[in-house]
Design a protein. Structure first.
Length: 102
């Protein structure tokens, strides 16, 4: 059975560690980071994987089975919803949301 390819959203303090570990396991498909600094960091710490500026391009990739979200907390809920709507599994580096009204 083929193992799933995973993307990481966010390449900051937690995201870069998650990306490195997935890369070492051979499961990292790519990294999404909206900032130029995060994109450079992703290319440095996990060479050879695709880096996207926006999650929509990564979520439309049929080889991606799951997404690990490690972005600022206020973006977690929106990104998790996008990921689930795209039919992908999701892991959120806590918390799920910072707004109980979402």
């Amino acid at each position: 059975m083929e193992r799933p390819d995973i993307i990481v959203c966010g390449c900051g303090s937690w995201g870069r560690h998650i990306a490195r570990n997935l890369h070492a396991l051979g499961r990292l498909r790519g990294v999404v980071d909206t900032s130029r600094a995060g994109q450079v960091r992703a290319r440095d710490c996990v060479p050879g994987v695709e880096v996207w500026e926006r999650p929509e391009a990564a979520l439309s990739d049929s080889s991606v089975c799951g997404v690990m979200i490690a972005t600022p907390a206020e973006t977690h809920y929106r990104l998790a919803c996008q990921t689930l709507e795209a039919g992908k599994d999701v892991f959120i580096e806590k918390p799920m949301t910072v707004d109980l009204e979402e």
